[in-house]
Design a protein around this ligand. Structure first.
Ligand code: AHR
Length: 493
């Protein structure tokens, strides 16, 4: 018999708006994320539109991908956008020194990225080059993309086939400026940030939402110093990067598959550390920005394992199991629960890199367990977070909550509960007391498999979403039993 746990939900106690961008993604010029991933070129036999894989566009549309960050990552601080426009055969080649030392032909540039975002229907989020680019270069990129005036930059854009400006909201000014983006101190970065962002103008009706480079994990001093120097006048948000590395050691991070139960629980324990990080950085923001108009953008998160055997170590290609699905579920519930301060989050990365949504091999494509979690959570986008809590129970031997959850109500008056059970051996019966919300119908979907289960090119549907009908409506709400290692989406209406 499954152990029973009480959950409390109040639909009329609203805690804040869940920005769709919390369900955002990240695509870097790294390994096979862009080239031989999203972008296969117009001459490819793989069905594509302007060189962009149609199956990937469809998959991203299905999860309502709200925003995509590009071109990096570390790559962004050595990317020179003018090398990636104009006639493709004339584009300058470049060496991707960060990732595998490969030569790129710059055939995927600004126009291709904006085309891709238009096909998917998502917001573009650009990372500007502060590390090795100039103030003028960043300023002209914004002018090229967003201005409708007659100017050398807009003439150049028109010459390259785009008459009307694009809309661009999200702009990051430097990436990991404490590390690969220039090895700066927070004082040095704050000064440069203010200078660079000054010349990133709002043309016409376009309004930029600027993101300053925030801390590496628990570097609280970075957050403190930059928010003492950078004000809401200069920025809309600061970023946070935190990766879940099972061993905590970069030299040997642990493998994506074939892990033990202990490694599984430790990985989830490490991913729950996101809660501590978000809380503490928010504490600093609450001191330095009590008006809450400098938001937190977690623009890199996810698992980082050893690369798959036989693959280029610089390409960061890893498999994706049910453990990654649990990681995604836990993080997304954390982001939801802090939606008063978190305005965006971007999983690293979208295709073939780190905790990917999609893996490709030639024309084959698989959706990973992580992809399915984004599918299960899409109803939270644009909804209002509401009060929810669950009896505190820790996995024996670990500082790890067994259940992770969040609840929202959307504009169609649907209540969405996303709940996961990380135990590998025990079912949990959850009795959810639901106040402040009335409903007649219940529908639900589930993702559940053993921890190491994953999809392969031969077995692409090994881990996939199924209907979940083991829910009973009771006087006080609902009751349901979660199998071990499972993530569930329940919609009440
Ligand atoms: O996502 C891979 C890399 O991780 C990014 O390029 C960098 O920003 C971070 O260190």
């Amino acid at each position: 018999k499954a152990m029973s746990i009480k959950m409390y939900v109040n639909g009329s106690d609203r805690k804040g708006h869940i920005n769709p961008e919390i369900y955002g993604h990240f695509s870097e010029h790294l390994g096979r994320c862009i080239y031989n991933g999203i972008y296969v070129g117009e001459d490819s036999n793989i069905p594509n539109t302007k060189g962009i894989r149609n199956d990937i566009v469809e998959a991203f549309k299905n999860i309502k991908m709200p925003v995509l960050r590009w071109p990096g990552g570390c790559f962004a601080d050595e990317y020179h956008w003018k090398d990636g426009i104009g006639e493709k055969s004339q584009r300058k080649k470049m060496i991707n020194t960060h990732w595998g030392g490969v030569t790129e032909d710059n055939s995927f540039g600004t126009h291709e990225f904006f085309d891709f975002c238009e096909m998917v229907g998502c917001e573009p989020y650009l990372s500007g080059n502060l590390g090795s680019g100039t103030v003028r270069e960043m300023s002209e990129w914004i002018e090229y993309i967003t201005s409708d005036n007659d100017s050398p930059m807009t003439q150049l854009r028109k010459k390259n086939g785009r008459e009307k400006p694009w809309k661009l909201k999200y702009l990051g000014v430097g990436n990991e400026s404490w590390g690969c983006g220039g090895n700066m101190s927070p004082e040095q970065y704050s000064a440069l940030y203010k200078q660079y962002q000054t010349y990133c103008r709002n043309y016409g009706t376009n309004q930029l939402y600027k993101v300053a480079c925030g801390p590496n994990g628990d570097d609280y001093n970075w957050t403190k110093v930059i928010t003492e120097n950078i004000t809401p006048w200069h920025t809309n948000a600061v970023s946070l990067h935190y990766y879940t590395v099972p061993t905590g050691k970069w030299e040997d991070k642990g493998n994506a598959t074939g892990f033990t139960d202990e490694e599984y629980y430790i990985t989830l324990e490490k991913t729950w550390y996101m809660e501590t990080l978000v809380k503490r950085h928010c504490d600093i923001l609450n001191v330095n920005n009590p008006e809450n108009n400098i938001k937190l953008v977690v623009d890199e998160w996810g698992t980082w394992y050893n690369v798959e055997e036989g693959t280029n170590p610089g390409f960061l290609f890893q498999q994706n199991t049910m453990r990654d699905a649990m990681v995604a579920s836990i993080n997304l519930n954390i982001f939801n629960s802090h939606c008063d301060r978190i305005s965006m989050a971007n999983l690293a990365q979208a295709v073939n890199v780190l905790q990917a949504l999609i893996l490709t091999e030639g024309e084959k494509m698989i959706l990973t367990p992580t992809y399915h979690v984004f599918d299960l959570y899409k109803n939270h986008q644009n909804a209002e977070l509401c009060y929810s809590s669950i009896e505190d129970e820790k996995q024996e031997g670990y500082n790890l909550p067994v259940i992770s959850q969040s609840v929202s109500v959307n504009s169609d008056n649907e209540m969405t509960l996303t709940v996961s059970n990380c135990s590998l051996t025990e079912c949990r019966t959850i009795e959810a007391d639901i106040r402040g919300f009335s409903f007649d119908s219940v529908r639900a979907r589930i993702l559940s498999a053993e921890s190491n289960a994953h999809n392969t090119f031969d077995e692409p549907e090994n881990v996939t979403i199924t209907e979940f009908d083991k829910i009973t409506k009771i006087d006080s709400g609902i009751t349901f039993t979660l199998p071990p290692c499972s993530v569930v989406e329940i919609i009440l209406s």
